[in-house]
Design a protein around this ligand. Structure first.
Ligand code: ADP
Ligand code: ZN
Length: 349
């Protein structure tokens, strides 16, 4: 049985359909003409599911596609297939596809209706949820974008069977993040059931994804424009973004290391018990996520510098999400040297 979450953002209402089958798609489209945006991998694996549904625009997979150049080329393709104000745009793919699709649909002819079928676990719990859509600019992530809710997000777990293991644990990293900042229950469920979760047990996935989506939508609806509460969703992310710039690692791996750094800092500030930090490390390990890394001397500065430049920085201080306990986060202002020290500690271990 699928579960529905009705999410009302400032920019509209979004139906999130958890554990729904892609075969039910037409029920949510109300006969509109649709144009599909997907990427080459998803198209190769699943084109038979969606080619009869409408014209298909196929993007090259990978973060490198998230540019204004791609957006412009999609606008042209939309013109070519005579898209108009009544066309519905459906993004089928991972976070790259949903980020671009939401941005294109929100801006083409001042906005068309759109929906997502996220096909990675990361997109199902994160990118496709919350209404942030956009592209990168000159290596700055998500610099250009809009906040706008899709009509629906249809989450079908059967897509995950073809997802490479590395991509799957990316999603779990973000799920563990949501648990760490707001839900001890979810954290404990993940501790108990990590093996079943990695085996993609459908009932368990439904519980985990439902809870994670509820956490994210609750935080986003409190604070859609990213002022206070939404900052908590950045747990582990300041450091993660810096790592992603310097190393070829996945977002999930970077967030895992970022969460370890933040947990260590929380212990150092006497906010979090060491035993709790240790549980976080163990849980990340259970999901095959990294908890320490080797850093070459020459790369150290390349990691520290982006943290210094982080947009949440003010003067020598930086807003950092720390934990008081598993399930409770708090945004704290730290000195840059405290953060730098923690980076050095993590890298040496
Ligand atoms: P994200 O991890 O943010 O969702 P991407 O959109 O880059 O990011 O997706 C990650 C990779 O997984 C891409 O190479 C994409 O083509 C591929 N992919 C997406 N969905 C599936 C799927 N269901 N099966 C296999 N590969 C997929
Ligand atoms: Zn993230």
């Amino acid at each position: 049985m699928s579960q529905k979450i009705d999410f009302c953002g400032e920019t509209g209402r979004c139906q999130i359909l958890i554990d729904e089958s892609m075969s039910q798609l037409s029920a949510y489209l109300a006969g509109q003409e649709i144009i599909i945006i997907t990427d080459d991998n998803v198209n190769r694996l699943y084109s038979q599911l969606f080619t009869p549904a409408g014209d298909v625009i196929i993007l090259q997979s990978g973060e490198g596609t998230k540019t204004l150049l791609t957006v412009e080329s999609i606008y042209r393709q939309l013109l070519r297939v005579s898209a108009d104000r009544s066309t519905f745009i459906l993004g089928i793919g991972g976070g790259v596809v949903s980020d671009i699709t939401g941005f294109v649909a929100s801006t083409f002819m001042r906005g068309l209706r759109f929906g997502f079928v996220p096909t990675t676990l990361l997109a199902q719990v994160d990118a496709a949820i919350g209404g942030k859509n956009g592209v990168n600019l000159d290596g700055y992530k998500n610099m250009i974008g809009v906040v706008n809710q899709p009509d629906f997000v249809l989450i079908d777990f059967s897509f995950l069977k073809t997802l490479p293991a590395k991509e799957l644990v990316n999603g779990f990293s973000e799920i563990i993040k949501c648990a760490a900042i707001t839900s001890r229950d979810l954290f404990e469920l993940l501790e108990k059931e990590s093996e079943r979760a990695l085996r993609l047990d459908n009932d368990l996935l439904r519980r985990i994804v439902d809870e994670t989506v509820r956490i994210k939508t609750a935080i986003v609806s409190l604070d859609e424009k990213d002022m206070g509460q939404r900052k908590k969703l950045n747990f582990g992310h300041t450091f993660a973004h810096a790592l992603e710039k310097a190393y070829r690692i996945t977002h999930g791996e970077a967030v895992s290391l970022g969460m370890i750094l933040a947990a260590n800092l929380s212990v150092k500030k006497n906010m979090l018990a060491e035993a709790e930090a240790s549980r976080i490390r163990k849980l990340l390990q259970k999901f095959n996520l990294p908890i320490s890394m080797k850093v070459d001397c020459d790369k150290r500065d390349r990691i520290v510098e982006p943290v210094r430049q982080d947009k949440k920085k003010s003067g020598q201080m930086i807003d950092f999400v720390l934990l008081k306990s598993i399930g409770e986060a708090s945004v704290e202002r730290l000195s840059f040297s405290e953060v730098e020290e923690a980076i050095d500690d993590l890298c040496e271990s």
